[in-house]
Write a protein of this length. Structure first.
Length: 213
């Protein structure tokens, strides 16, 4: 994944990217809708950093979360998509730290189709999708201190003492939230998950139709 141009030296990745792959029947537009609502529920907003030039967007969409959209359709009607969402959030209204969330969608051989469920025809899509989730933690206070030649001298001291516990806890919270998102997507696709606790039924209906079910 390209390095962000926004405040790159103040960003850190608390964990490796999560990846979810699914190849079967599912409705892409409904997946989009469910994830959009999940982001709203958890307070994520569009990220306002400069778009990395090495991602070279073919089409830039300034709507709510989508930063990049590209699709290509072959002669047989199969479509390939590249879609990037870029989000940000101040955890617990902490102005000294900021979270960033990058979500990349890549679909392959996606084609509209119909299936029969409960004696009803349902329009859906058939193909493959991979979703990659990467999160970043930004030390906003460090960027602000670097802009002041006097405060800059105390940045290391602040990081090691005043903000150490906050950063450590925020990394854990960010990992937990990204894990919840990964689990939500797997649940939507009806993929097998390993949970240490009993889970309630998802509020969002699934529009995935695995062939083995």
């Amino acid at each position: 994944m390209p390095t962000k141009q926004i405040n790159g030296k103040y960003l850190q990745k608390p964990f490796n990217a999560f990846k979810i792959k699914y190849k079967d029947l599912f409705t892409l537009s409904e997946l989009y809708k469910a994830l959009y609502e999940w982001m709203q529920e958890y307070g994520w907003q569009p990220a306002h950093y400069k778009y990395p030039s090495d991602e070279r967007p073919a089409v830039v969409n300034s709507d709510y979360l989508e930063r990049y959209y590209y699709h290509k359709q072959d002669a047989g009607g199969m479509t390939e998509h590249f879609i990037f969402w870029r989000l940000e959030k101040n955890p617990n209204n902490n102005a000294r730290l900021k979270w960033y969330l990058d979500i990349n969608f890549h679909t392959l051989a996606l084609k509209p189709t119909e299936i029969l469920r409960d004696n009803k025809k349902i329009k859906t899509d058939k193909g493959e999708v991979e979703i990659e989730i990467q999160a970043y933690l930004e030390k906003v206070y460090a960027r602000e201190m670097d802009s002041n030649k006097y405060l800059k001298l105390f940045k290391k001291l602040f990081t090691e003492q005043a903000y150490h516990d906050q950063i450590e806890q925020s990394e854990k919270d960010l990992y937990h939230e990204a894990y919840l998102l990964q689990n939500f997507i797997k649940q939507w696709f009806k993929l097998k998950r390993y949970q240490p606790y009993e889970e309630t039924k998802s509020f969002h209906p699934s529009y995935a139709y695995p062939s083995h079910r």
